[in-house]
Design a protein around this ligand. Structure first.
Ligand SMILES: [Zn+2]
Length: 467
């Protein structure tokens, strides 16, 4: 009995020390995008879940009780942050029945059950990709459960969430009783819905500002205004989906804090750029998602090697539209297959506007936060961020700018106490790091050359993360 107590005590002390372990990363090069700073022969001290010191080895000495990890030849950065994902969507072909209805092949309830059951795997795919925090910008009320689960798990990114999208249009096919998208018709309904959301302590309130000939910009404006007023009264920030220039302008005029996509219909004008900067708006470009629906449906999917290796294999297997029986092919897929060139032309047209817009905003000093819209059809949870980096590079951003977007700027979008302690290599920040084998400042493609990932002070060799 006595022995057992002693043993239990010894084990608990061991567990305690394991948690509060001191680690010194030595001999590496640190890259701190926050200050555009590169320090060779650097030391980082990790004490428990926090960074205790980071900088030149000449000024920082490792405590005697620290476990030393030699990082010679390695590059150490803050863990990446994807600021636009949706956990209620898997990225597979069945995840948006409102876009292509394949419910006869896989009922939507089955899809959602799979998504919920697969969450631990999805979390690990983020970690494998060096992504230690993500923002889910909208989903059903069970999004709040996702946040709780992720934040309680070791092998998961930190998660910030919005609840259901306040929308100008409805999406009945996604409604299983806890809809991700809720059509709001009056300002009073908007206020009531925000109050309901506020009780769940969301990190953001999200508006789906969909505009078409039946839903002009101005008809939804009073609802945007009421949503923003009520959210701000609860100290909640508002993120808006607005992909046209005039919709985005209207959203910011009504007080939005975050734009979750690029403007894709027109070049942004100087007044708009200045407006975003003056209002301290954060914009998340989500370039990758603009190609993935069209490429998937037209059987021209361009998954990167990272996506092929670290994406969920079941999700990826589903994306081959040639496996759908002819009689079950949705019209949208039939049309895309019949005109493959047309699909690519439309994507090119989008990028011809979105990429210069991104460059213009970045050059003007607007805060850009990297994000993918992962979970949408063909946009793979985790490694999609590296395709986003490629596209940001095509837009003309430097590697250091891209790294800023994915760390310090993204942390601002994440927000709150957590957001203030991620995305930087600084005393007191969470010890969430990515350790690379090659220098991402030389070429952003090296951002995926991951040796290991540190989350909450715990080190994971990259190859050990996925099962
Ligand atoms: Zn989205």
């Amino acid at each position: 009995m006595k022995l057992r107590i002693t043993l239990a005590l010894a084990l608990s002390i061991f567990a305690l020390t394991a948690r509060a372990e001191k680690i010194a990363l030595v001999n590496g090069t640190i890259i701190n995008p926050d200050k555009s700073q590169i320090v060779q022969n650097a030391t980082i001290i990790i004490d428990g879940d926090k960074i205790a010191a980071a900088g030149d080895a000449k000024t920082i000495s490792a405590p005697k009780d620290a476990r030393l990890i030699d990082c010679k030849g390695k590059f150490i950065l803050p863990g990446y942050i994807d600021t636009h994902v949706h956990f209620f969507q898997s990225g597979d072909l069945y995840t948006r029945p409102d876009v292509v209805d394949l419910t006869k092949m896989r009922p939507y309830a089955e899809e959602v059950a799979w998504i919920k059951g697969n969450l631990p795997d999805t979390f690990e795919r983020y970690l494998r990709s060096g992504i230690t925090s993500v923002v889910d910008v909208g989903g059903p009320m069970w999004n709040f459960e996702v946040r709780k689960k992720a934040n309680a798990a070791a092998r998961a990114p930190r998660v910030a969430v919005a609840g259901p999208l306040i929308s100008s249009v409805s999406r009945e096919k996604l409604d299983l009783g806890d809809p991700p998208i809720v059509k709001i018709d009056t300002p009073e309904q908007a206020r009531e819905f925000v109050r309901k959301l506020a009780a769940q302590n969301p990190d953001l309130v999200k508006i789906w500002y969909i505009v078409d000939k039946d839903h002009p910009v101005d008809s939804f404006r009073p609802i945007v205004r009421a949503t923003v007023e009520e959210s701000h009264a609860h100290k909640l920030r508002v993120a808006v989906h607005a992909t046209e220039l005039e919709t985005a302008r209207a959203a910011v005029e009504e007080g939005a804090d975050v734009l979750v996509h690029s403007v894709v219909d027109k070049p942004v004008d100087d007044a708009f750029v200045k407006f975003l900067k003056d209002r301290h708006i954060i914009l998340c470009p989500t370039l990758v998602v603009f190609e993935r629906y069209g490429r998937t449906f037209s059987h021209q999917l361009n998954l990167t090697p990272e996506e092929q290796k670290w994406g969920n294999p079941e999700v990826i297997a589903s994306l081959d539209v040639t496996k759908i029986p002819q009689d079950k092919l949705p019209q949208r897929v039939k049309d895309a297959l019949a005109d493959q060139k047309g699909a690519l032309d439309r994507i090119k047209k989008t990028y011809d506007v979105a990429l210069p817009n991104l460059k213009k905003l970045e050059d003007a000093g607007v805060t850009i936060a990297a994000g993918t819209d992962a979970g949408n059809i063909g946009t793979i949870h985790g490694p999609a961020l590296f395709r986003e980096f490629q596209l940001m590079k095509e837009a003309g951003l430097t590697p250091m700018q891209i790294l800023q977007c994915a760390t310090v700027n993204a942390a601002k979008l994440f927000g709150g106490e957590t957001g203030a302690h991620i995305g930087k290599l600084e005393n007191g920040c969470f010890a969430d790091l990515v350790i690379l084998n090659s220098n991402p400042v030389d070429d952003i493609k090296n951002a995926s050359d991951i040796d290991s990932v540190v989350k909450n002070g715990v080190t994971y060799p990259a190859d050990s993360i996925l099962h």
